[in-house]
Design a protein around this ligand. Structure first.
Ligand code: HEM
Length: 130
């Protein structure tokens, strides 16, 4: 029986496993490793905080993911296929590790944020095009 997401340790496990897939992924990996050239040691704590804030209500994340991805889109256009793949990897990772109401919430929240993000990115692209 799988357990539900209940602690910071669970969040770290989830995010670590998700990123181990993302980094080597054929569709989106290069955006993290080459375009953003992320220092993962610095990025991971931000992601732990984001998900602990979103799922566990521990308000440790302070940031604006929408503006971060709007900026990223200016370096490399974020397409529907990128968002699809991101969500596919997230959903698969959640299902691999956890089961329960919080696990369901992790998937639905990600999907909601994804659509909002895609909308904001596209809107900003249109507004800034000549
Ligand atoms: C096309 C799909 C996506 C790609 C390629 C992508 C890529 C990235 C990259 C490269 C960064 C680091 C930016 C930087 O610090 O320079 C980042 C940050 C982040 N991403 Fe995404 N992302 C995607 C979708 C999502 C979605 C759907 C969510 C949420 C459900 C999300 C949540 C975050 C958060 C919270 C950060 C940290 C923002 C901050 O620094 O405060 N991303 N993403």
């Amino acid at each position: 029986m799988k357990q539900d997401i209940a602690s910071r340790a669970d969040i770290e496990k989830l995010v670590d496993q998700f990123y181990s897939k993302v980094r080597i992924d054929g569709t989106i990996g290069y955006i993290f490793t080459d375009i953003a050239a992320l220092d993962f040691a610095r990025h991971m704590p931000t992601m732990y905080k984001f998900w602990e804030t979103t799922l566990l209500g521990i308000m440790s994340y302070k940031g604006n993911p929408m503006s971060v991805h709007i900026q990223l889109d200016k370096k490399e256009q974020l397409k529907k296929e990128h968002f699809d793949r991101w969500l596919e990897l997230w959903t698969a990772t959640v299902d691999d590790l956890f089961e329960g109401p919080k696990a369901e919430e992790a998937k639905t929240r990600a999907s909601q944020i994804r659509y909002l993000m895609q909308y904001k990115v596209e809107q900003s692209r249109q507004l800034s095009s000549p």
